[in-house]
Design a protein around this ligand. Structure first.
Ligand SMILES: *Cc1c(COP(=O)(O)O)cnc(C)c1O
Length: 433
């Protein structure tokens, strides 16, 4: 009875019987996996709850100060909660940090000095960091300030090149940056455990260097965070996982006291640091978003696995595979065809609660080298914990799918993307049997 009603609802939204039944069949095989994900979410929910209780969050925390922002107690409590959740000495969590790239750039530029060297032992970092570091020339890059950069590519099989890393560490190496998620590369995302092993190896060679982890899209996927396995600093965006879809802006840094102080001196000024900065009334959404984040992330993870299963069954190359371990909420599907990539993104856009009537087009996005197509009909502009898909227009024409504030919405988005491919004859009609 409810089954028939559900199918009718989807039909009303434009999902044909063949598409619905095909998707329904794939879902059957994912039940056990989904119940594992629910367990992780439950444990992380209790972790966040207890951090909030320990920090004695009260209604007064939802107010924010004006002007200099002295005594913005909500701001201070938020940073206490973040430190507790990530098990770090201190945290900087601010709406003035405009995005993930800004949070990472802040962490790097404040913890490196002229003559220091930055090392990425896991290959090329996220596209937008190329200009921050100076891999691509840019005004104000670390390179321009006399900070050098070295990277060690992953081995062919995606594993760490330990010999190469050992050779790359020298007397100038000050900070190591490890990106947990794959970003726009087709390499695996790293488990927290493997990040811990890499950190142990690096610190064994040079104990006094600091390790930063770009934690974007990884928060609450696992029971541990990189800061639980030796990272000195973890960094991410509040319009991704930890904002839970409610936070309207911001970034976070959690880590060693000294590194957070450096970052705060750079964000505001030497001397003022964390003591100033109003929060513009967003404290409630930062806290409520963090509170919801473990369940939101679990829904997004289910959506990613569902997408992987569907497109794998249809013969596309998917990354990670439906049975693979997950270390972030990103799902890549390689279409090897720009039309299919565009149709997929069109389906995601049309499934959105906001701007469902607009058609996404490839565009030259600031900070990216190739044209990028982005599909997102989000309550918070650019929020990629909400159902969204994007992909650079370059071979292998991979769509990177992520998010969904609820599993049901992620599910519908994926079905709708397949519907668009199906309608345009971009998947074989008999493939859906
Ligand atoms: C999203 C992301 C960033 C930063 O992106 P913004 O769009 O600036 O928030 C950095 N690294 C990784 C791995 C990411 O996924």
């Amino acid at each position: 009875m409810t089954e028939a009603l559900l199918q009718k609802q989807y039909e009303d939204l434009g999902i044909k019987k063949e598409v619905y039944e095909f998707c329904e069949k794939q879902l059957d095989s994912l039940k056990d996996r989904f119940s594992e994900i629910d367990k992780v979410a439950e444990i992380n929910q209790m972790k966040v709850l207890s951090a909030m209780q320990k920090a004695k969050i009260s209604e007064a925390c939802f107010n924010s100060a004006t002007g200099y922002g002295y005594g913005d107690i909500g701001r201070e409590k938020i940073e206490e909660v973040y430190s507790e959740v990530f098990h770090t000495e201190d945290a900087l969590v601010r709406p003035q940090i405009t995005c993930g790239t800004h949070a990472l750039a802040l962490a790097l530029s404040s913890n490196l000095r002229p003559g220091d060297e930055l090392l990425s032992p896991v290959g090329r970092p996220y596209d937008t960091l190329e200009e921050v570091i100076g891999i691509r020339e840019s005004k104000g890059s670390l390179k321009e300030y006399g900070v050098s950069y070295r990277e060690v590519a992953l081995k062919e099989d995606g594993s760490f090149d330990y010999d190469g890393i050992k050779n790359a560490i020298n007397e100038k190496t000050k900070l190591v940056t490890i990106q947990r998620s794959r970003g726009y590369a087709t390499r695996p995302s790293f488990s927290v455990k493997s990040i811990g092993e890499l950190i142990a190896f690096i610190k064994n060679i040079k104990p006094d260097l600091n390790v930063m982890v770009d934690n974007c899209y990884g928060e609450f996927v696992d029971l541990n965070e990189p800061s639980d396995v030796g990272a000195d600093l973890v960094v991410g965006s509040l319009i991704k996982n930890p904002g839970g879809g409610l936070c309207i802006s911001g970034g976070y840094l959690c880590g060693k006291k000294e590194m957070i102080e450096n970052a705060s001196y750079r964000l505001t000024t030497p001397g003022l640091g964390k003591e100033v900065g109003t929060t513009f009334g967003i404290n409630r959404s930062v806290l409520q978003g963090l509170f919801l984040s473990p369940t939101v992330v679990s829904g997004a993870l289910k959506g990613a696995i569902f997408a992987s299963k569907i497109y794998d069954e249809l013969g596309f190359s998917v990354f990670p595979g439906p049975d693979d371990e997950r270390n972030d909420i990103i799902q890549a599907v390689s279409f090897n065809d720009p039309d299919k990539l565009v149709a997929f993104c069109g389906g995601i856009q049309a499934a959105s609660p906001v701007d469902s009537f607009v058609k996404p087009e490839p565009w030259d996005m600031p900070g990216y080298d190739d044209k990028v197509i982005m599909a997102a009909g989000a309550f918070v502009s650019g929020s990629s914990i909400e159902l969204s898909a994007d992909g650079p227009l370059r071979s292998p024409y991979a769509a990177y799918f992520q998010g969904g504030l609820t599993w049901y919405h992620a599910r519908f988005g994926i079905m709708n993307s397949l519907e668009k491919l199906y309608d345009a004859d971009l998947v074989a009609k008999d493939a859906l049997c």
